[in-house]
Structures are given as C-alpha cells and as structure tokens.
Design a protein around this ligand. Structure first.
Ligand code: G3P
Length: 244
C-alpha cells in the first residue's frame, strides 16, 4: 500500500517568523514513521523553508505557478523558479484561485502540463459549490472539471475539495466522501483508462485533528489537503499521526 500524503496549504498566512516557528514545531514533533508530508507556504516563505526543511521528511510545495517558463507576466512565478528553490509540489486550480483569479479548467490544465514538465508534482483541485450539490449537479460538475483540468497522461495528484466545506468547519460526511471518491475513481478510469487507476485522490475541506482519522480511513482516500489546521503545529501533527 502506498503511503498517504498530508498536504498543508497555508494560503496567504505567515510572516517569516511565523513560518519558521511553525516548521520548527513540526520538525520537533514528527513521529518516527511518517506519511508523505508537504507544506505549501506563501511564495515569500519558500526560500526560507527550503533551507529549514532540507533533509527532513517534509517536502515543499507552492500554491500556484504560471504555465510559461519565463516572460512578461508581472507578479507571476514559473514552475522553473519553483524547482530552482527545491519545491517539488504545486497546488493548482484551488477554488480560491478559480473564484478570485478567474482561473478556468483550461488554465489549470495548461499549468499542470507546465508544472509536470518542470519536474513538479501538480496537486489539481476540483470541487462543487453548495448549490451544485443541493441540486444534484455535483457529479456532473466534478466530471467536467476532471475532463477540463487534468492533462492527458496526468501523473499528479487530484484533490477533491467541496467548496462548501472549505474553511467552514463543516467537512463533508464520511458517506459523502466515500460516494464521491467512488465516483471520482470511476470517472478517472472512464476518462484515462488504466492510468486513471493510479491517480492519488486527496480530500480537503475542514479536515482537523478530530475528523482526520475517520476521513483518512475512507476507501481510496490517499490523503488530505489541509488549510486552517495546517497553521497549527499540534493540529497538523495529529493529522499526520492519523495517516498511514
Ligand atoms: O486547500 C485546503 C483548503 O482549501 C481546505 O481549507 O481550512 O477547510 O482545511 P480548510
């Protein structure tokens, strides 16, 4: 069985001092046996953390990247700039980027292609709104997002984050997650054939120290993408401890 993966998405939080303290607490509290662990600080903290995490079991991830290698893209960061710093994962298509920056499935797909080419592992996020779930359109939505956001021969990680569960303290129920995981796997296999069988699927949305163990034991959940609780060393260590 492959190890589960726990990814902390710090979003737009943390000064250098905060990041340093958080990472030091994590490193000091890691259990002897760990799952795969990735921490995704803001861009401004990457260099600092690359140094701190060198040789540790915690890998470094970014929260976005551009699709081009270089060029006239004010304010953007290329995949090559990330690998240059020792970053190995990148979150793409998070619902906050889709909502706040108008990112479309196609943009996400192009970024995933570029990230993979540069040697990064893309963590591509998909998820339905509350309205879509209530009106029973959630599976259609997720199916289209997979089709539009994942490149052919996708070898990265898929993160299912229902938008209504993000930062609300209301994680999806075990039944909802189990049913959705089953759907996502079937859809991946339908769209990508054999390759769809090996894509790791994470759950994200109000994962915390209390619910992590039950969420991580749901069939086909390969790990968790954690927002708020990843900013607290004790909570994140509990989630790490709940993973296999
Ligand atoms: O990417 C992780 C995220 O969107 C979930 O956030 O705070 O609900 O764990 P949170």
């Amino acid at each position: 069985m492959t190890r589960q993966i726990i990814v902390g998405n710090w979003k737009m939080n943390g000064t250098s001092r905060d990041s340093q303290a958080l990472v030091e607490a994590l490193l000091a509290g890691l259990p002897a046996t760990v799952p795969d662990i990735v921490t995704c600080p803001p861009f401004t903290q990457l260099a600092l953390l690359a140094d701190k995490l060198k040789g540790s079991p915690i890998a470094l991830g970014a929260q976005d990247c551009h699709k081009d290698v270089s060029g006239a893209h004010t304010g953007d960061i290329s995949p090559a700039m990330l690998t240059d710093l020792g970053v190995s994962y990148v979150i793409l298509g998070h619902s906050e980027r889709r909502q706040e920056h108008g990112e479309l499935d196609e943009t996400v797909r192009e970024k995933a292609v570029a990230a993979t080419k540069a040697g990064l592992t893309p963590i591509v996020c998909i998820g339905e709104t509350e309205d879509q779930r209530e009106s029973g359109e959630h599976f259609d939505t997720l199916g289209w997002q997979i089709k539009g956001s994942l490149p052919d021969n996708f070898s990265g990680i898929l993160a299912y984050e229902p938008i209504w569960a993000i930062g609300t303290g209301r994680a999806a129920t075990e039944d909802e997650i189990a049913e959705t995981m089953k759907f996502l796997r079937e859809e991946l296999v339908r769209q990508f054939g054999e390759a769809g069988k090996t894509v790791r699927i994470l759950y994200g949305g109000s994962v915390n120290a209390k619910n992590a163990a039950s969420i991580l034991s749901i069939a086909d959940v390969a790990g968790a993408l954690v927002g708020g609780a990843s900013l607290n060393a004790e909570a994140f260590l509990s989630i790490i401890g709940a993973a296999s």
